[in-house]
Design a protein around this ligand. Structure first.
Ligand code: PBG
Length: 343
C-alpha cells in the first residue's frame, strides 16, 4: 500500500519490517540534527580564496563616492583603491578586478590604453603596495567611448576587427602596468586569440586571460553602468552579448575561447545562468568563474534595506548556489562581506 511509504518520518510501525510489518523510513534527518553533523555532511563549501572583488577606479585623490544603486560600492581614486585592495586582502580575498572611469572619452576609447589612466595607475600602485594581491583588469571599451558602446562604430554598427585591435592595445597596456590577468568583457569575436598572440609576442606570456566567455545581454548590469558611467548613448548590446535564451551557444563561445587561449572562462550573470555554469564546468572541466553582477547585488541590498530579507543569509545562500552550480571563482561585490562572514 502506497500509504506505508508516505507515513510521516518518526512514525514507525509497531511490527518491524523484518517481521512483515511496515517498512522503516529512510531517516535523512539524522544528518541534519546538529550544526556539527550538518557541517560534516555539507557538500558545498565557500572560502574567501575563491572570491574576486570588483573595484571602480576614478581620477583624483582621496575620492570615495558611493554608487547610489549599489550601497557599499564606491568609485575610488587610485590611493583609495589601494586601501580597498589591502582591506580585501586582510579579509582573505585574493584579488581585485579593476574597472576604470577615465578623465576623458572619445569615439574610439583611446583612454583605455593610456598608461596614465586610472586603471593603469591603480595596477602599478596596488602591485607596488601589495605585490601578492592578484590584479585582474577588465578589458572593454564601453567605459572609454563617448557613445558608451563596447567598440568602434561604423554608423550604428560595432565593427568587430577594428575593435579587437583596440582591445589588444588595452590588454597590452594593462599587462605592461603589471596586471596578473586580463579579462576581456567585450564579446567581440576573436579577441581572446588576438590578445593571447599579442601578449606572447611582447614578453607577457605569463599574463593569464580570464575571458568573459558566455556573457549575456542582461538587464542585471543596470547599476554597473551607473558605477562605471558606461551606459550606451543609444541602442543596446544585443548584437554582441548573448541572448538569455541560449545555452548551446554558450558552450560554443566557451569552446572557442578555450581554443584561442583563455585560461579561465566566465559565465555572467550568475544566478539567472546557474544551468550554464553547470554545463560549462561539466563539459570542459576548465577553471570556471561566475560574475554575481551589479543588479544581483542591488536586488539583495534593496530588499535588505526594506527589511524584507535577512541579508547575511541571502548573501550566503546566493554565493553557495553559484558555487554548487560549479563555479570555482566567484566575482562579487559581496567579496569582503562574505569573506568576513566566513572568518
Ligand atoms: C563591460 C562590463 C560590464 C560589466 C562588466 N564588464 C557592463 C556591460 O556589459 O554593460 C557588468 C558588471 C556588473 O553588472 O556588475 N565593460
Amino acid at each position: 500500500m502506497a500509504t506505508k511509504i508516505s507515513q510521516p518520518s518518526g512514525v514507525t510501525s509497531s511490527t518491524p519490517a523484518a517481521e512483515g510489518g511496515l517498512p522503516l523510513p529512510r531517516r535523512l534527518r539524522r544528518l541534519r540534527r546538529s550544526a556539527t553533523v550538518r557541517s560534516l555532511a555539507r557538500e558545498t563549501r565557500l572560502s574567501p580564496d575563491m572570491f574576486i572583488y570588483p573595484l571602480f577606479v576614478c581620477e583624483g585623490d582621496g575620492v570615495r563616492r558611493e554608487v547610489s544603486s549599489m550601497p557599499g560600492v564606491f568609485q575610488l581614486s587610485v590611493d583609495e583603491a589601494v586601501g580597498e585592495a589591502a582591506a580585501a586582502r586582510a579579509d582573505g580575498v585574493p584579488g581585485v578586478l579593476l574597472f576604470g572611469l577615465p578623465g576623458q572619452k572619445d569615439s574610439i576609447g583611446s583612454s583605455a590604453y593610456d598608461p596614465e589612466a586610472p586603471v593603469q595607475r591603480a595596477v602599478r600602485a596596488i602591485k607596488q603596495a601589495i605585490p601578492e594581491c592578484l590584479v585582474i583588469t577588465d578589458v572593454c571599451l564601453c567605459e572609454y567611448t563617448s557613445h558608451g558602446h563596447c567598440g568602434i562604430l561604423r554608423g550604428e554598427e560595432i565593427v568587430n576587427d577594428a575593435t579587437v585591435e583596440q582591445l589588444v592595445r588595452t590588454a597590452l597596456s594593462h599587462a605592461s602596468a603589471g596586471a596578473d590577468i586580463v579579462a576581456p568583457s567585450d564579446m567581440m569575436d576573436g579577441r581572446v586569440g588576438a590578445i593571447r598572440t599579442a601578449l606572447d609576442t611582447r614578453g607577457y606570456e605569463q599574463v593569464a586571460i580570464m575571458s568573459y566567455a558566455a556573457k549575456y545581454c542582461s538587464a542585471f548590469y543596470g547599476p554597473f553602468r551607473e558605477a562605471a558611467e558606461s551606459a550606451p548613448a543609444f541602442g543596446d548590446r544585443r548584437t554582441h552579448q548573448m541572448d538569455p535564451a541560449n545555452s548551446e551557444e554558450a558552450l560554443r563561445e566557451v569552446e572557442l575561447d578555450i581554443e584561442e587561449g583563455a585560461d579561465i572562462v566566465m559565465v555572467k550573470p550568475a544566478l539567472t545562468y546557474l544551468d550554464v555554469i553547470w554545463r560549462v564546468k561539466t563539459e570542459f572541466g576548465y577553471p570556471t568563474a561566475a560574475y554575481h553582477v551589479s543588479g544581483e547585488y542591488a536586488m539583495l541590498k534593496a530588499a535588505a534595506r526594506n527589511g524584507w530579507i535577512d541579508e547575511p543569509r541571502a548573501m550566503m545562500e546566493t554565493l553557495t548556489a553559484i558555487r554548487r552550480a560549479g563555479a570555482d571563482i566567484v566575482i562579487t561585490y559581496y567579496a569582503r562581506e562574505a569573506a568576513r562572514a566566513l572568518a
